[in-house]
Write a protein of this length. Structure first.
Length: 435
C-alpha cells in the first residue's frame, strides 16, 4: 500500500507540474523497454518496471534427513521513473523495490527506496549527480541492471563486499582518447552509510573513484551495463577498470547498513573503524559471447581509543574477547567484511534465445573477518552453471535456472545456525517479466 501511494504520487507530480494545461502524450512503447511520455512544453518521463518470482532449493551432501530447504519469494518488484525537464541537461530518477528484499542474506536493510537523485550535464562529457544511487566504487557486476543478469543472481563477491547504494555526490566523465577508444573516470563523495539513511549519520565521509578504459569503443545499446550479449556485438567490445574507496568511520560490516555496529571511547563518543576497498574488473562481449571478471580486496583500520561496544538492545559492554583474550582490534575486524575475492563468469547466447553460462567465485577471508561466519559465509569456492531462455528480443521476458556447488570444507551452518557436515547444492529458478 505504501509503495502504491508513492508511485501514485510520482505520477501525479509529473502530470501536475508538466501538464499545466499542456497535452501529455504517450510517445512510444516497446515490450520490456517501458512507457515514454512527453508534453508539448518539453517535459519527458519514462516508466519502466519488472517483477521476478523466484524459487530455490538447498541441499547438503552429507545429511540424510531433513536436509532440503525450499524457499519461494518475489525476488524483485522494481518500478522506476526517469525524466527530463525542459532544459534537458537536468534529469531525475526515482526507483523502488516493492518486494523489500535485500541483496545479501546477512543484511537487515529494507531496500524499498532504491534511487532518488537529480543529475546535471555540466558539459557533453561530464555529468554530476546528487542523491541516492548505485555507487561507482563497487565491483562491475553492480553496474548491471538486475533484470539483465546472465545467471539467476549476482556472485558472492557482490553480496560480500558491495555497498550497493549510497547518498552523496557522483561525478562521471566520458572522453574519447583516439582510434575509437574511450576513457571514463568517476568520482564519488558520500556519507558512507549505504542507502535509506533516515536517522543519525555515523562516522565521516566516504571518498572514492573508478576509471574505465574502452579500447574498442562504446558498447551497443548500453551493453556495458547489461550482462548477456543480447544485441550480439558485431565487433569485439571490452571495458577494463579499477576502483578505490576509503570509508572514514564505518558503522556496519561493509558500509551498507548504517548504525548496526557502533563503538565508543572512554568519553562515550563514537569511535569507528575505517574501511578501504579496491579492485579491478573487466567485461567483454562479441557476437553473443560475454565474459566478466572481478577482483576485490578490503582492509580494515581500527582506532586505538575504542573501549566500549554497543549491543543490539542499546546497552554497552567493555568485553572484546577473541580466542579467550581481550583483543579490541581483532574483535572489531571480526565483525567487518575483510579479505579478498574474485569472480569469473562467461556465457554464450544463441540466436534462438537460449543462453548457457558458467561462473566460478572464490572468497578468501582474513583471519579476523565476518567472512568466517559459518552461517552466511565461510565457503571459499562456488561453482555455478546455468541455462536461460529469452522469450523476447530484449530483456522483457526470460526464464532462468542455475545450479551451484558450494564448498563447505571450512565448516558451515544451515540457516538455523546448526553445524552441517559436507558441502551444499543450491538450485534456483527465476522468471523475469518487464513492461
Amino acid at each position: 500500500m505504501k509503495g502504491f501511494k508513492i508511485t501514485s504520487l510520482c505520477v501525479f507530480v509529473f502530470l501536475s507540474i508538466s501538464a499545466k494545461g499542456q497535452e501529455v502524450k504517450l510517445d512510444a512503447y516497446k515490450f520490456g523497454e517501458g512507457l515514454n511520455f512527453s508534453t508539448n512544453d518539453g517535459y519527458t518521463m519514462r516508466i519502466t518496471g519488472y517483477l521476478q518470482p523466484y524459487v530455490e532449493t538447498k541441499t547438503y551432501t552429507d545429511v540424510n534427513e531433513n536436509s532440503t530447504q525450499n524457499r519461494f519469494r518475489m525476488r524483485r518488484i522494481r518500478l522506476r521513473f526517469d525524466g527530463k525537464l525542459k532544459n534537458d541537461r537536468f534529469k531525475y530518477r526515482f526507483a523502488f523495490d516493492l518486494s523489500g528484499t535485500s541483496e545479501a542474506g546477512d543484511a537487515s536493510t529494507n531496500n524499498f527506496l532504491l534511487d532518488a537523485f537529480v543529475s546535471y550535464d555540466i558539459t557533453n562529457r561530464i555529468k554530476a549527480t546528487f542523491g541516492q544511487r548505485s555507487t561507482f566504487t563497487d565491483n562491475r557486476e553492480l553496474f548491471m541492471l538486475s533484470n539483465t543478469l546472465q545467471l539467476v543472481e549476482r556472485s558472492r563477491v557482490t553480496s560480500a563486499f558491495a555497498s550497493i547504494r549510497e547518498f552523496g555526490l557522483f561525478l562521471e566523465g566520458r572522453f574519447r582518447t583516439g582510434k575509437g577508444s574511450y576513457l571514463k573516470p568517476y568520482f564519488v563523495l558520500t556519507n558512507g552509510d549505504g542507502g535509506n539513511v533516515l536517522e543519525k549519520d555515523h562516522g565521516g565521509l566516504k571518498i572514492g573513484g573508478r576509471i574505465d578504459y574502452l579500447p574498442f569503443g562504446l558498447f551497443t545499446n548500453f551493453g556495458q551495463f547489461r550482462q548477456a550479449d543480447i544485441v550480439r556485438e558485431r565487433s569485439p567490445k571490452l571495458v577494463i577498470g579499477a576502483n578505490f574507496s576509503h570509508n572514514n568511520g564505518m558503522s556496519s560490516r561493509r558500509g551498507r547498513d548504517s548504525g548496526t555496529i557502533i563503538y565508543l571511547d572512554t568519553n562515550d563518543q563514537e569511535s569507528l573503524p575505517n574501511y578501504t576497498k579496491y579492485g579491478v574488473d573487466f567485461l567483454f562481449k562479441y557476437q553473443g559471447f560475454s565474459a566478466l571478471g572481478e577482483y576485490v580486496k578490503t582492509i580494515g583500520s581500527v582506532p586505538g581509543d575504542i573501549t566500549q561496544r554497543v549491543r543490539n538492545d542499546g546497552s554497552t559492554s567493555t568485553t572484546f574477547t577473541v580466542n579467550g583474550i581481550q583483543d579490541v582490534e581483532n574483535y572489531v575486524k571480526g565483525r567487518m567484511m575483510l579479505g579478498e575475492a574474485y569472480n569469473i563468469q562467461a556465457g554464450y547466447l544463441f540466436k534462438n534465445g537460449v543462453s548457457l553460462d558458467a561462473r566460478y567465485t572464490y572468497l578468501n577471508a582474513d583471519d579476523n573477518s565476518f567472512l568466517n561466519n559459518a552461517t552466511f559465509y565461510n565457503r571459499p569456492n562456488y561453482y555455478t552453471i546455468g541455462i536461460s531462455k529469452y522469450l523476447s528480443r530484449n530483456y522483457g521476458a526470460k526464464i532462468q535456472a542455475d545450479w551451484t556447488y558450494i564448498d563447505g570444507s571450512l565448516g558451515i551452518n544451515n540457516n538455523d545456525g546448526e553445524a552441517i557436515p559436507g558441502n551444499e547444492h543450491l538450485a534456483k529458478i527465476m522468471l523475469t517479466f518487464a513492461f
